[in-house]
Design a protein around this ligand. Structure first.
Ligand SMILES: NC(=O)c1ccc[n+]([C@@H]2O[C@H](COP(=O)([O-])OP(=O)(O)OC[C@H]3O[C@@H](n4cnc5c(N)ncnc54)[C@H](O)[C@@H]3O)[C@@H](O)[C@H]2O)c1
Length: 314
């Protein structure tokens, strides 16, 4: 029997993830949304794609969470993107309510699944999913690191005239402006980036990476979805095929990098059981300082969400 993979939210990122899961033939895909007809229509379209390409996968669209029963992996993309007229707090309030609702459904109907959260603000939504499902932390992880690293690699590749396949780069901290990219640990053909580019050029690349999400929204009018969908599918691949791949994921810390009780991005070994191991990098005082600032930002947002959920506001 093929694995069952459910994707909650059949919008841009959800359908892109579903498409890439199919292209990799990782399993049968159940698309879920609250909008009547949307997941059913997307599933028809994707099945026709599978037929054209001769892929051994089947898509189902539904508004009924009972259909996610038996899922090995659930990818959560339900929720709003931040629009120009929305404050950070609006997004936090709206999406934490959605993620709480979706997580309760996952807990009820797919209690053995591994959960990949994609909805923003990413680290805090990963925290809400973990707390609401009550799953072991190894089974709940947030997608974002592959996206930020993908953006970073394209800029380095262009600057140095090398393939992005030759670049290794880790990332830590929040998925947001305070993300911690590590040029000292970034290598091109085995050489650290810091020995290949000047400090000014590296700073420019870091800035451009951080601003890439906003740049895409300003250019095309909505947020990235091709790269996030492909990246989320790669995480599903690592789980379903038990690859033990090192992937940056947002993960609930219990002592890793010196933090407790907060979700933030770390490089981790991902396989059948979810997060198998966190890889701890040696950081210099400047890098550690940046990481502390970044993680504390997430912790503050988590506290806001805790207050919201306790007051029943969401
Ligand atoms: N982590 C990342 O790197 C990353 C990258 C891109 C986008 N995102 C985030 O992913 C989320 C989705 O983005 P998108 O572009 O696909 O948005 P979208 O508006 O295209 O799709 C969101 C879908 O979620 C559905 N939805 C809302 N509430 C639901 C519920 N309770 N149950 C099921 N479905 C529900 C909506 O009907 C809609 O179809 C946003 O929060 C966005 O910011 C994260």
């Amino acid at each position: 029997m093929r694995p069952k993979i459910s994707v909650i939210g059949s919008g841009r990122v959800g359908t892109s993830a579903a498409l890439h899961i199919g292209l990799r033939e990782l399993g049968d895909v159940v698309l879920v949304d609250i909008v009547q007809g949307l997941p059913q229509g997307e599933a028809l379209d994707l099945n026709h794609m599978a037929a054209i390409l001769g892929l051994d996968v089947e898509y189902t669209g539904t508004n009924d969470y009972r259909d996610i029963e038996g899922s090995e992996v659930v990818v959560v993309t339900a929720g709003f993107i931040r629009k120009a007229d929305m404050t950070r707090m609006d997004l936090l309030t709206k999406n934490s309510a959605i993620i709480r609702d979706v997580s309760l459904k996952i807990k009820e109907h797919a209690p053995k699944s591994k959960v990949i959260v994609v909805t923003n603000p990413l680290d805090v939504m990963t925290y809400v999913a973990l707390k609401t499902t009550g799953f072991e932390r190894e089974r709940v992880m947030g997608f974002s690191g592959l996206l930020d690293i993908g953006r970073y690699k394209t800029l380095i590749a262009k600057e140095l005239g090398v393939s992005w396949n030759s670049i290794e780069a880790p990332i830590l901290g929040e998925h947001g402006d305070s993300m911690v990219l590590l040029p000292r640990h970034t290598s091109v053909g085995g050489r650290p980036l810091t020995s290949l580019l000047t400090g000014d050029r590296i700073e420019a690349i870091l800035k451009e990476t951080r601003e890439m999400g906003a740049k895409i929204i300003s250019l095309k009018g909505w947020s990235a979805h091709h790269a996030p969908g492909a990246g989320a599918a790669l995480m599903v691949d690592a789980i379903v095929r038990d690859r033990n791949a090192v992937i940056p994921v947002s993960f609930y810390h219990m002592g890793e990098y010196g933090f407790e009780g907060v979700c933030s991005v770390v490089p981790a070994v991902i396989g059948r059981t979810g997060v198998k191991k966190v890889i701890e990098l040696e950081l210099n005082p400047e890098e550690r300082e940046a990481l502390i600032r970044s993680v504390e930002k997430v912790r503050q947002a988590q506290q806001e969400v805790d207050r919201l959920l306790a007051s029943g506001a969401s």
